[in-house]
Design a protein around this ligand. Structure first.
Ligand SMILES: Nc1ncnc2c1ncn2[C@@H]1O[C@H](COP(=O)(O)OP(=O)(O)OP(=O)(O)O)[C@@H](O)[C@H]1O
Length: 289
């Protein structure tokens, strides 16, 4: 497990991170969400050890990270840094070698990754000959070729079409299933909602919410209910204590007096569904940011 505890960082007088703590658990995909400038990249750079924190500690398997027990990170930076003129397979294998992987293993990993990312037929093209979406897939391969212990990915899904998102997702899930903690930042809340197990939301350098996706949704569910009956549900307006938020024929979303509404609905006829309204990640994000 990767643990971030009480990290702070300033640039001049500007406090960019303030007491940031969260965990990236093995076997799980953790989505790191925040508005532009909220501190995601700065946090990731501190985790990787390329930027110093002014307070706090980053730990791996329960021990503060030091040169002696630094895990192998797989990092996909926001500024993608591959060589446009170099051929795809050659480049990935070479990056694996730079991380100290044997030639044979680097070649095998490269070929496997290119196959999983559906890039085998582009292996001998120069990077610049690929579309931007395919270049992005190559970046993923570059972050994975040395079989890292932890994956830290800055916006890995930006610029990918929905099919490519699924392809990359499968590759990352496979790593997560093998016990690799995966932390990735994203602005695409619908994608994060679909694919992450855990969510960390940062706002102006502070953690605004964190937990498993389901926990967060339950915690922010509030007092809103939706009921669907078999005739017009306009009568809900007259139930004392019930505030109608949305009314659409037999379907109504309301707040308060849920028991009274349900009882009346049952007396009046059939209840097709009755459930608390669970917020989307988008709604939670807007609420806490
Ligand atoms: N080297 C630096 N010098 C001065 N300020 C910096 C530096 N790096 C980051 N910042 C500031 O720190 C804040 C957080 O930046 P950071 O890049 O971590 O945000 P982010 O959440 O990754 O944003 P985005 O979603 O736009 O990539 C911003 O206000 C940024 O201007």
């Amino acid at each position: 497990m990767l643990t971030v505890t009480g990290i702070s960082r300033s640039f001049g007088d500007h406090r960019v991170l303030d007491d940031v703590s969260f965990e990236v658990r093995p076997g799980r995909m953790t989505g790191f969400l925040g508005a532009n400038g909220s501190g995601k990249t700065t946090t990731m750079r501190i985790v990787l050890g390329v930027l110093a924190a002014h307070g706090g500690v980053v730990s791996w398997q329960g021990q503060a990270i030091s040169p002696q027990n630094k895990p192998h990170f797989g990092y996909m930076p926001e500024e993608r840094g591959l060589y446009p003129k170099m051929k795809v397979r050659e480049q990935i294998t070479w990056l694996g070698r730079l991380h100290g992987v044997d030639r044979e293993v680097a070649q095998r990993n490269t070929d496997e990754l290119l196959a999983d990312l559906e890039l085998s037929d582009r292996a001998d093209d120069r990077l610049e000959q690929l579309s931007l979406g395919n270049q992005q897939r190559v970046q993923i391969a570059a972050a994975l070729v040395h079989e890292p212990d932890v994956l830290i990915l800055d916006e890995p899904f930006s610029g990918l079409d929905p099919i490519a998102v699924d392809t990359v997702l499968d590759v990352l899930r496979k790593r997560a299933a093998n016990g690799v903690p995966v932390l990735f930042s994203s602005h695409q809340l619908a994608i994060v909602e679909r694919l992450c197990d855990d969510v960390v939301i940062i706002s102006k350098g502070r953690i605004a919410a964190k937990g498993s996706r389901e926990e967060l949704r339950q915690r922010h569910a509030g007092e809103r209910y939706e009921i669907v009956v078999d005739t017009d549900a306009g009568w809900v307006r007259d139930v004392p204590g019930a505030g109608v938020v949305e009314l659409d024929g037999p379907r109504v979303v309301f707040e308060g007096a849920s028991r009274a509404v349900l009882e009346q609905a049952l007396q009046r006829g059939e209840v097709r569904s009755f459930a608390p309204v669970v917020p989307t990640l988008d709604e939670i994000f807007k609420e806490v940011s």
